[in-house]
Design a protein around this ligand. Structure first.
Ligand SMILES: Cc1ncc(C[n+]2csc(CCOP(=O)(O)OP(=O)(O)O)c2C)c(N)n1
Length: 338
């Protein structure tokens, strides 16, 4: 079962234990430990209910293994963090033997019997195989085409906040291809699900500036409550675009509940006064034209349906997050002074 976020997964596993007496297994990337901290401390811990869960945690940013900047610190603190959270860990690597694995399961079984949780922390490449499913839908536009179309429809003063995953990489490449520089874009390389709130913070402090959020369906599902706050805050020049490919494409394409959500109805319910949905290039062009006429009357919500996939040779930002922050702050300040 694919949860809305890692804390929600802990909730499902806890419910499973309460109903069956058997510990649930929660599989996550270490980026999501933060989302799980609250239910680990105040639900699972044996000072509270003592509900056992087996965590299987992918270790991005393991010290000594090169990884992207958003994984470096999280990778460094993964084992100490789990220790502080009272979760015993066993690291699984390519060299882990069957005997070591069996011993770990014995140890974990004893912990579970005592209402404690435990984690396998999985090094890169330790699990053979991988996901075999092929994920696809019938939407004609790729996420990269959508990003390029939106970039071409923006004005020099516009601010873009883009979501975690390949969308931000595609935005970076779109700017490179146009020789435009990257100052207008805040690439939310980590902090999945928070780009719309970063944009809200910017919009409240930079009134009159158009702020576009380029979000993902998985990211929106992860922290949907934020959209209610955005709708209620009513930033007049914020345009919230959700590229809905019905999948966590950036990390393997596993499905989200993007197919079952009526995003336009949701946005209306959350108080966005102008709501659109586009499923192909013509519809997207028409919607972007409409949005131009709505200056100062937002927030505007746009769902754009997207196929699942990315270019195999898609690059990564060649500037650091720190450089991105500095250039972005200059862009926001300069345009504010105009
Ligand atoms: C809290 C957290 N959990 C998991 C991840 C790993 N992760 C990075 S991108 C991504 C998928 C994002 O899905 P979506 O927003 O639908 O965008 P798509 O990749 O489909 O463009 C995931 C799960 C993360 N970075 N942070």
């Amino acid at each position: 079962m694919i949860a809305a976020n890692e804390g929600a997964a802990v909730g499902i596993a806890a419910g499973h234990y309460l109903a069956s007496g058997r510990p649930g297994l929660v599989y996550l990337q270490n980026s999501g430990i933060g989302n799980a901290v609250n239910p680990i401390c105040s639900l699972l811990n044996d000072a509270v209910y003592g509900i056992p869960v087996l965590f299987v945690i992918g270790w991005r940013g393991q010290p000594g293994v090169h990884d992207e900047p958003q994984h470096v610190f999280q990778g460094e603190v993964t084992l100490p963090l789990l220790d502080v959270l009272g979760i015993e860990t066993v690291v699984l690597g390519k060299e882990t033997t069957e005997e070591e694995l069996a011993a770990a399961f014995d140890r974990f079984a004893a912990l579970f019997a005592a209402g404690r949780s435990a984690a396998f922390v999985v090094e890169k490449g330790a699990l053979a195989g991988g996901l075999t499913g092929e994920y696809a839908n019938t939407h004609p536009l790729s996420r990269e085409q959508i990003v390029n179309t939106i970039v071409d429809a923006t004005r020099p003063d516009d601010i873009i906040v883009s979501t975690t995953g390949k969308l931000s990489r595609e935005l970076f490449e779109a700017r490179e291809a146009r020789g435009q520089g990257h100052g207008a874009d805040f690439l939310t390389v980590g902090s999945m699900g928070h780009s719309s709130m970063i944009a809200l913070g910017i919009a409240l402090d930079a009134p009159g500036r158009r702020v576009l959020v380029l979000d993902g369906d998985g990211a929106v599902v992860m922290h949907t409550g934020s959209l209610a706050v955005l709708g209620a805050s009513a930033p007049a020049d914020l345009v919230h675009v959700v590229v809905n490919n019905e999948a966590h494409e950036s990390v393997g394409g596993m499905p989200t509940v993007g197919t079952t959500i009526d995003f336009p109805a949701m946005a209306r319910a959350f108080g966005y006064p102008h709501v659109f949905s586009a499923a192909d290039a013509d519809e997207l062009a028409a919607v972007l034209g409409e949005i131009d006429k709505l200056a100062g009357r937002g927030p505007v919500f746009v769902e754009v349906k997207s196929s699942i996939g990315a270019r195999p040779d898609l690059g990564r930002p060649t500037t650091t997050p720190e450089e991105n922050k500095r250039a972005f702050m200059v862009h926001v300040a300069e345009a504010r002074g105009r």
